[in-house]
Design a protein around this ligand. Structure first.
Ligand code: SF4
Length: 60
């Protein structure tokens, strides 16, 4: 299973929540993660990390 961290440089653009709506939500212009939804949605999480315009999504 992967783990995800959103770094402080998130600009709240919404790309991650568009690509992986089960896992990512935007709250007050910052992405938050539904950790219990990561399992089974790993590929969309990887897409979100790749498309984040500021590289704020780190996968472990
Ligand atoms: S794609 Fe990146 S910058 Fe945009 S909301 Fe998600 S984590 Fe933040």
């Amino acid at each position: 299973m992967i783990d995800i961290k959103v770094l402080d440089n998130c600009i709240g653009c919404g790309a991650c929540s568009t690509l992986s709506p089960e896992v990512f939500e935007i709250n007050r212009n910052f992405a938050t993660i539904n950790y219990d939804k990561i399992s089974g949605h790993e590929e969309s999480c990887i897409d979100a990390a790749l498309f984040c315009p500021v590289g704020a999504i780190k996968l472990y």
